[in-house]
Design a protein around this ligand. Sequence first.
Ligand code: SAH
Length: 520
Amino acid sequence: MERNNQTVKPGTVYLVGAGPGDPGLITLRGKYLLERAEVLVYDYLASPKLLKHVPASATKIYAGKKGGTKHTHTQEEINQMLVDWALAGKMVVRLKGGDPFIFGRGGEELEELAKAGVPFEVVPGVTSATAAATYAGIPITHRAHTASVSFITGHEEPGKENSNLDWSKLATGAGTLVIYMGIKNLPMIVDNLINNGRDPQTPVAVVRWASTPEQQSVVATLETIVHKVEEAAIKPPALVIVGEVVSLRDRLDWFEKRPLFGKRIIVTRTREQASELVAALEGFGAECLEYSTIQVEPLDSYDILDEELERLNEYHWLLFSSINAVQYFFNRLYARGMDARNLKGPQVAAVGRATADFLLRYGIVADLIPTVYTAEGLAQSLLDFGVEGRNILIPRAVKAREFLPETLRGAGAQVTVVPVYRNVPPPTGKEELRAELGSGQVDMISFTSSSTVTNFLAMIDAPNQEELLRLLKGVKIAAIGPVTAKTITDNGLTVDIIPTEFTIPSMVAAMVAYYEAGGH
Ligand code: SAH
């Protein structure tokens, strides 16, 4: 049953904490509200990845507010916007980085709403102080080290009159100090702490973009941190953590130690299938840049398939060489008012485990999965079985390799190939992809089929081989299996990684092993 606070009211502004950066750190309540937003007003610290929860029909407004640069909207404009949308009867989500009430000016925005008589609710978020500490391996409190923590803003101008900060009390008032917005004023902050009695040898950590794949940390002492931060050229947004607990990082650092941390990997798959690969790579700490080089589309006409569906009983074998083939085959089967019971005639073969697992969703247990998960492997397994005189149906893409049907025909089988979907290049992404590659920040590209290779190259659209090699300089290439690898080498590129088993988990394991063995 839904909890009773799972409701939304029109004409209300929901002030929602987005969490510190990792889009997984938003609350369930926050996500629920995003999914129902009619208007979204969001800041630069709120992860753009959260936008995927918001309905496509919602009005999305970027409110900017990047420290130190020109604000996209002034605070007054933002306040007015919230009031206007709410009075127009919209369900408005105001999404803010971290927690809205911790240095987030959430209080000020709500005061304006209250003044205008606009109803509001607030959803807390994981504030960046706890996130930075957690993801840097620094327990913010610890029985052996400290029993108190202070959250402080470092944004106040040095020497500001009527300052809210009393450094003489703050310097030694709490065991752990976490300073938000403290990078620009770091020298002043450090001086204030030391001059007011904090030991210059106190360990300090500065953590930038905490909880994201771009997280960067430096550790020093109060005496040396300014120099270290300059050396590492750390820019906002970053937090400064001061206190003995920082020394625990030596043993407890976990996030930045994951094997793919800091690696930027291009994932080329169809939009529908990217999630398994992306989830696995992100689980090891990689940053994935998803490019859908192929888009899968249904056909305009299913006349050919429809005829075959009427005579499924005449087939001895039904072969599936991809998840897409399974999906589109069953979509049509169901659309015709049929279901798995109509498949009791033929035996069913899947090219690999992922395809077989996918078949299970439709109530079919594959009768045959080859030991090698390729068309070649599948052909060999069927030949071992004996296919002479057998009727075989292969639903597949409009354009596909002829290897499987030809080999089976060569062994005396009657093979019928029927198109059930088609691959088309996606409409956009080329400029972005080129810019990404040109930046020199991409570590690896993963290819999960020959067509992703061909489409990727079509998408880059390099005028010549020299230009292609220049764009891919220093970028490692992973292929899911030998067929994909061959397409890569046929295009004059080098394959760095091929797994022993041709599945996504094995490919990911091979990528991890590559870096753990010291690959760059
Ligand atoms: N309401 C926010 C804080 C906004 S003030 C919260 O609860 O986290 C902006 C400051 O927050 C930045 O200057 C930086 O000091 C800190 N900050 C926000 N997100 C951060 C992140 N992912 N990593 C490090 N610091 C972050």
